[in-house]
Design a protein around this ligand. Sequence first.
Ligand code: ATP
Length: 226
Amino acid sequence: MDVRGLRRAHGDRVVLDGLDLRIAPGEFVALLGRSGSGKSTLLRALAGLDPVEAGTVEVPPTVSVAFQEPRLLPWEPVWRNVVLGLGAGATRERALRALRGVELEARADAWPLTLSGGEAQRVSLARALVRGPELLLLDEPFGALDALTRLTMHDLVRALRAEHRPAVLLVTHDVEEAVALADRVLVLDAGRVAGGRTVPPGTERGSPGVVALETDLLDLLGVRAR
Ligand SMILES: Nc1ncnc2c1ncn2[C@@H]1O[C@H](COP(=O)(O)OP(=O)(O)OP(=O)(O)O)[C@@H](O)[C@H]1O
């Protein structure tokens, strides 16, 4: 994925101001930024949901998005939600395979409103992955979940990533989450990528290296770590 000089304004307010961003195939990039810095605006542009005013956006042919809210249709059972919009490919077998990947095959016939928040978010991930995307866009998909469920979701994302190998752009407020999941963490500020850090492979949660990296990123965000 290759974005160059992307500009996007809402009225007079310039949100993205000549933003450059490249993500290699299979690379996992997390994007941090203060509230209102334009993270969702960028994701919407990459997903083709908003027009590009200036600059170029090159994305692979298959792009999937998962949002903070699972956005499931309540009147369709779980399995149909997973394969919604796949046309002739929308088979129950295909949905079950995707649901197996998120350990929810047993809930295939459940109604979305009977799922827990974490389960609904897993269905949303299954729906994003069933298309076999080359680029997966995640807009704070775990933000509404409790801390324990979030850690379980991190393990699941790692496993799904190892299996599917899409390029991933994860938007998050959570520095720890960014470092735990990504190969590279970037900070969005004033409409551009203001800096970033590479996460060395094999870094472990809570290790001194990770804490130093998190402190660096908080500095880049202009937040003083205690
Ligand atoms: N449809 C819209 N019309 C007008 N302004 C908008 C619209 N969508 C977003 N904005 C403004 O653009 C700026 C960036 O919004 P965006 O949602 O991309 O930020 P964000 O970094 O994702 O924020 P948060 O972390 O709080 O979700 C904000 O100032 C917001 O008020």
